[in-house]
Write a protein that binds this ligand. Structure first.
Ligand SMILES: Cc1cc2nc3c(=O)[nH]c(=O)nc-3n(C[C@H](O)[C@H](O)[C@H](O)COP(=O)(O)OP(=O)(O)OC[C@H]3O[C@@H](n4cnc5c(N)ncnc54)[C@H](O)[C@@H]3O)c2cc1C
Length: 405
C-alpha cells in the first residue's frame, strides 16, 4: 500500500495549501467568537470563500452546484483546511449529511429551492433525528406527522440537535403510520426552523457551552412538497443520511491531543519522584497512546486507499471512531491528572492546557454521537469479525403494539 499522494494528488495538495494560506490568513490568531452572530458570520464568510474558490461541494454532482470531483480530492482539501485557522464546523451536518439527503430524495423543485443556497452558505441546516427515547434505536422515534390536505402537521420532540438554534432548515424523521412495523411507518421532511410552533431550548454542557438543543414541535405545518422520499419510506431516506454521517465521524477531531502532546506535558511536569517523563508508568501510557494513534492512522489510510481507488470504505471505519473518541478522553484525562492542580486552571486560548481541557469535555459526547461505543462494537463484531448477531426484537410487529403512542 502506498501512503503517499500520487502525482496528481500531490499537485492538488500544493494548490489547495496555497489557496488556503492566502484565503484563511485573516483568521490567524483571532480569539474565539464572542457572540453567536459573530460565530455565524465567520463561518459563513469562510463557506462563501470556498464556494467562490470552487472548493465547496467538491464531490457533489455539478448539476447541484458541486464540482463533480473524486472523494479523495475532498479529503485532501479537508486535511489541509483542518491544518489552517479557517473557521469550520457549522456547515458540516448540513452539507455533509442533510443536503446530500435532499438531493438524493427531494423533488426537482425542492432541490432547486434549497441545495445551492445551502452550498453558498446562505442557509444553515440541522439533523432532527434523535428523541428522548430513540437514539441508537432510531427507528423507535415517536414524533408524529399527520396529513392535513396538502400539508402535514408535526407534533413531538427531538433532542441533541446540534446547532438547531442557529439553523434555518432541518431534515426531520417522523412517524406517519403507527400501525406499520417500526421501520416502515416513517416519513422524512424538510422543516423550516423559523416556522410557527418550532421551539429550540438549548442544553447546557459541562464545558459551559450550549451547542445542542431540545427542539419541540407543536402543530408545525410542513407542505407535502417538502417530503423527502415516499410516505412510509423514511427509514430508507434516513439510511442515506446515516451513511454520510458514518463517513464524516471517522476522522480525528481538529486539535485533539495525541501522544506527542502527552509527551510534552510529561516533559515539563515535575513529580515527587522526578520528571514525569522518566517514570515507567508515564512512559507506558505515552507508548500506548502512540500505538493507538498509529493504529487509527493506518485504519484511516485503509479508508483513504479505498476512496482513492473509487471504492466505499467499509464498516471497519467504526474501529477508528471507537478508538479516537476513547483515546481523546484518556489522553486528556491522564495529562490533566499529571498536571495536578494546574489542570484546574483555565488554559490560555490555543495552549496545550486549553486544548486538553476542551478535548476532555468534548470526548464524552464524541463517544456517543454518530454511534455509541457499544453500537460500534456491535457493528465491528457482526460486520467486520463476522460474529453472530445481537438479539433484536422481530421487525414485523406493528410499532403501536411494541410501544403504545
Ligand atoms: C455531541 C452529540 C451531538 C449530537 N448531534 C445530534 C444531531 O445533530 N441530531 C440528532 O438527531 N442527534 C444528535 N445526537 C444524538 C445521538 O445520535 C444519540 O445520542 C446517539 O445515537 C445515542 O442515543 P441515545 O443518546 O438515545 O442513547 P441510547 O441509545 O438510549 O443509549 C443509552 C446507552 O445504551 C447503550 N445501548 C443502546 N442500544 C444498545 C445495544 N443494542 N447494545 C448495547 N448497548 C446499547 C448505548 O451504547 C448507551 O450506552 C448527538 C449526540 C451527541 C452526544
Amino acid at each position: 500500500m502506498d501512503f503517499n499522494d500520487n502525482r496528481e494528488e500531490a499537485a492538488l495538495r500544493a494548490r489547495v495549501r496555497a489557496w488556503i494560506a492566502e484565503n484563511a490568513a485573516e483568521y490567524e490568531g483571532l480569539p474565539p467568537a464572542k457572540t453567536p452572530e459573530e460565530y455565524v458570520a465567520r463561518q459563513r464568510g469562510w463557506q462563501k470563500k470556498k464556494y467562490g474558490g470552487g472548493y465547496a461541494g467538491i464531490t457533489w454532482p455539478k448539476k447541484f452546484g458541486g464540482q463533480g470531483r473524486a472523494p479523495m480530492e475532498a479529503i485532501i482539501f479537508s486535511q489541509e483546511e483542518s491544518r489552517s485557522a479557517a473557521p469550520t464546523g457549522l456547515y458540516d451536518i448540513g452539507l455533509g449529511m442533510c443536503i446530500p439527503t435532499v438531493f438524493t430524495h427531494g423533488s426537482p423543485d425542492v432541490i432547486q429551492r434549497f441545495v445551492r443556497r445551502a452550498l453558498e452558505g446562505d442557509e444553515i441546516w440541522c439533523q432532527l433525528f434523535s428523541e428522548p427515547s430513540a437514539g441508537s434505536d432510531l427507528a423507535g422515534i415517536r414524533a408524529k406527522a399527520v396529513r392535513d390536505g396538502t400539508d402535514w402537521i408535526v407534533n413531538g420532540q427531538k433532542v441533541w440537535t446540534t446547532n438547531a438554534h442557529l439553523c434555518d432548515y432541518g431534515i426531520i424523521i417522523t412517524r406517519t403510520d403507527a400501525g406499520a412495523p417500526k421501520h416502515k411507518g416513517l416519513t422524512m421532511f424538510i422543516v423550516d426552523m423559523h416556522a410557527e410552533g418550532v421551539e429550540c431550548r438549548p442544553l447546557k454542557q459541562m464545558s459551559g457551552a450550549s451547542d445542542f438543543n431540545e427542539v419541540f414541535f407543536d402543530d408545525v405545518r410542513i407542505p407535502d412538497a417538502w417530503r423527502l422520499g415516499a410516505e412510509g419510506e423514511g427509514w430508507q431516506v434516513a439510511l442515506t443520511t446515516l451513511m454520510n454521517e458514518r463517513l464524516a465521524v471517522g476522522g480525528k477531531p481538529r486539535n485533539s491531543p495525541d501522544w506527542s502532546m502527552l509527551m510534552r506535558v510529561a516533559a515539563i511536569t515535575e513529580t515527587a519522584r522526578g520528571p514525569a517523563v522518566h517514570q515507567a508508568d508515564v512512559r507506558e501510557r505515552i507508548a500506548q497512546a502512540y500505538i493507538n494513534d498509529r493504529g487509527v492512522a493506518l485504519t484511516q489510510q485503509r479508508a483513504l486507499s479505498a476512496l482513492s481507488q473509487g471504492k466505499t470504505p467499509g464498516p471497519e471505519q467504526s474501529i477508528a471512531k471507537l478508538v479516537v473518541a476513547r483515546q481523546m478522553q484518556e489522553i486528556s484525562r491522564f495529562a490533566l491528572d499529571l498536571s495536578e492542580s494546574a489542570g484546574f486552571l483555565t488554559g490560555e486560548d490555543g495552549s496545550d492546557l486549553a486544548r486538553l481541557q476542551d478535548s476532555y469535555f468534548w470526548a464524552a459526547g464524541l463517544r456517543i454521537a454518530g454511534g455509541t461505543d457499544e453500537i460500534l462494537r456491535n457493528i465491528i463484531a457482526e460486520r467486520v469479525l463476522g460474529l453472530p448477531g445481537d438479539l433484536r426484537p422481530p421487525k414485523d410487529t406493528p410499532f403501536n403494539e411494541v410501544q403504545p403512542l
